[in-house]
Design a protein around this ligand. Structure first.
Ligand code: FE2
Length: 365
């Protein structure tokens, strides 16, 4: 059994400022990759304060959009080269954090073009995944990107979102639930459902081990303790801490196992219909859970605090509302996934076209 996670994780109040003497000294100049909202939740301010305290220069790129594209990554790399940065700080949800990893990879391979991003990793090529050091500061409670080696970008050449084959582990993950305070309910719900998806897809996964299952079992318990606030009003700071913690635990689990069918299917809904990531994943969770073995399904429902599948499906419906995948998109998603070997390999039962159609249809039933 094996577990590898080289990221230093600090999960506590004011982790950014408290540990600035470590992470802010990773280089002489930092490229901060973020979106506009990080200025509002205080994360950008904390990062800047920590860098200034250590006398480290920085440049802020705050125009990262949702579902960053390959083209955007190349644009940010050009800025990084011009600014002569030597490490990258990602602040935000999955979009800026994933973009930060991809930019760090491309900065370390400044002679390479866009095609390098999706070149398959060749075993034994030591520096193939070499990237500038990355520090991640999550401000949503879903992606877990702060502890995973994955970066998912939008590819307009193949019209889909796809994970890079490179593994880029952040050097530091600085986790602090306070950044969730005041976040729109819709974003909390979507990202918390993404976290639930990470737990379920990691648990029902060919690569699962006792290490990753332990993270899922404990993490689902943390998620369970706050799941009802997703239906209610705003979150307290303690509830924010729990949501953020469960997201990081789920990230640690998928760093080990990868994700499975719901994530693979979700990318089509996001690319074609603009459905936010966690919400898109949520649509396929009841179907994936229903397709798994009865014992494992029972365990997951119990850890997550649902008495049965009916209750689980009703909860997801209540959170996400109705969504119907049109026939054309469903066909595209099913045939795309049937040829996605890396996702199929993670599924511990036989996947047929018929099964995928059932998973797609299950939500609207
Ligand atoms: Fe996800």
């Amino acid at each position: 059994m094996y577990f590898y996670l080289p990221t230093r994780i600090y999960s506590e109040r004011d982790s950014v400022k408290k540990h600035g003497n470590e992470w802010a000294c990773l280089g002489r100049k930092a490229l901060i990759v973020t979106g506009k909202s990080s200025a509002e939740n205080g994360a950008l301010q904390d990062v800047i304060e920590a860098l200034e305290k250590q006398g480290t220069s920085y440049f802020v790129f705050d125009e990262t959009q949702q579902n960053p594209s390959v083209e955007l990554v190349l644009e940010i790399r050009e800025t990084g080269i011009e600014q002569q940065v030597d490490f990258v700080v990602g602040i935000g949800g999955g979009s800026p954090m994933d973009a930060a990893k991809a930019v760090a990879l491309m900065l370390a391979h400044s002679d390479k073009g866009a095609e390098f991003l999706y070149e398959r990793n060749i075993a034994g090529e030591q520096d193939y995944d070499a990237a500038f050091p990355v520090v991640e500061v999550p401000t949503t409670c879903g992606t877990g990107s702060e502890v995973t080696p994955y970066a998912i970008l939008t590819r307009h050449d193949t019209c889909i979102k796809a994970s890079l084959p490179h593994k880029i582990y952040p050097a530091y993950a600085l986790v602090d639930g306070k950044y969730l305070l005041g976040t729109k309910r819709e974003i909390i719900v979507n990202t918390a459902v993404d976290t639930l998806g990470h737990f379920i897809e990691s648990y029902i996964n060919t690569n699962a081990t006792d290490f990753s299952r332990m993270l899922c079992e404990y993490g689902l318990g943390v998620w369970r303790s706050v799941k009802n606030v997703l239906i209610g009003a705003g979150l307290t700071v303690q509830e924010c801490d729990a949501m953020m913690f469960s997201s990081t635990l789920a990230g640690m689990a998928i760093a080990h196992t990868g994700t499975a069918l719901p994530h693979g299917l979700s990318y089509y809904l996001t690319y074609e219909n603009g459905v936010p990531h966690g919400r898109a994943v949520g649509y396929f969770l009841p179907g994936y859970l229903a397709a798994s073995g009865p014992m494992i399904r029972k365990k997951i429902l119990s850890y997550a605090g649902f008495p049965d599948m009916q209750y689980f499906t009703a909860f997801i419906h209540r959170l996400l509302g109705a969504e119907k995948m049109d026939e054309k998109l469903m066909k595209k998603a099913v045939s795309g996934l049937m040829s996605n070997e890396s996702k199929l390999r993670n599924v511990p039962f036989e996947v047929t076209e018929d099964l995928l159609y059932r998973i797609c249809n299950r939500y609207s039933q």
